[in-house]
Ligand binder design. Sequence first.
Ligand SMILES: *[C@@H]1O[C@H](CO)[C@@H](O)[C@H](O)[C@H]1NC(C)=O
Ligand SMILES: *[C@@H]1O[C@H](CO)[C@@H](O)[C@H](O)[C@H]1NC(C)=O
Length: 423
Amino acid sequence: MRSIYFLLNLLLLFFIFNKLSLVYTKEALAELWDVEDSELLDFFAIEKKLITIDKILQPLIKEHILSFGGTYINVTKKQVFVNTVDHSVVPIITNSAELIHTDYLNFITFVTASNSLVTLADRFLKIYNLIKQFKPKSIQCYINMELNNIVIRHSQTINNNEFLNSAREYNPIFIQPSVNFPHPRCKEGITQFPILRRNLNRKILSGEGLMNLFKREECSVGFWARDNNNEELNYIVTAGHCSIKRSRLAGTENFAHISWDSPKLNRLGQMVDSDKIDRYDFGLINITDSIYLQSMTTLIRNTDSKSFAELIMEDGIEMTSYGSHVCKSGWRSHVTCGYIKGLGTITTDSKGRAFKDRIYYGKSAFQISCAGDSGGSVYSYLQDLETVGLSGIHLGRFGDFSEFLPLNIILSKGKIKLVRPSH
Ligand SMILES: *[C@@H]1O[C@H](CO)[C@@H](O)[C@H](O)[C@H]1NC(C)=O
Ligand SMILES: *[C@@H]1O[C@H](CO)[C@@H](O)[C@H](O)[C@H]1NC(C)=O
């Protein structure tokens, strides 16, 4: 009997290690696309082409919003899918000057759909009004392009019945999200509590840890930014909820940097008091006077990659295609990737406050982020595995969906600009 238990344990260990090694030996993006690292460049080329085609298609179908229900890409299938309500309009699109003499048509599939863009937008607006009226707690609402419908994600354990029953009128799909594949890093506790110590040689990269020295809670470095009107003012952007909301202390809390591989803390500076902390959930740590300003980089930490441990953040990039990839680097789960699931969304928090225009990303049934990753940089690979464009900062997770705040909102509302690499 004993030996059986021993064998079982051994087997279990084998599976656990196998799983860990699966997570840590491949590039995170290869994990998402379920390909080998060696195939990634080919897949980049395919994705890039599909996004280009999708960018041509989107304005074309907007001229026929009653006939089409939106587009999404699928890299595995090498296709851009166009939800089509009225197939008689398809020739107008395929004969358009932008498409007719290209091979792009081989990459487009018109799929039959029942809801047009007008129907979807109208129902979305009506459901938004119900959200404002009933203030449901901890829900996510977005247009799911593959399902060609509005999806409301909610938790079984929270009573939002009034809202959910009213929303039924608009035939949305209700989903209670779940995770079948938790991220192994998210289960680990902090083994060693970091100690405050000066460490001047250390570079500071996006995705590394931040600690709120008052709350003793961790977050992640988003990116390095400067004031629009005064180059001398330097900030680290992170999630607003890393700060204490609506308290006398907001604006005086000190933050420190924690590297992924060293249990030492470097005191950076204080979070600037601002209404953006609550309103949009981003905050600025003022590092203007910090001795660590010289340690700031425009790199993203990707230690688990064999070849590209530091990623070069070239510029900002806007996400436009459902189904395209996006990755995040964060203190707890490091680099993980997901597909763009929702563009233009409504999220409510545990108090029922609504937030618009966050972007949902994820891999179905997988957990790709956890507490401690908040604020971490969200980016997309440009043409190789080393240069990336910044898309925003990670804000949180509900089941298998993670959320990020788009860069353009942070830059415009924060009146700041992204610090770019000096060539
Ligand atoms: C793309 O298509 C593949 C093959 O049918 C499917 O397994 C996968 O879930 C799709 N990807 C996305 C992001 O929907
Ligand atoms: C950041 O710190 C600098 C130097 O102490 C200060 O002059 C500036 O006002 C601070 N910025 C904000 C927005 O608080």
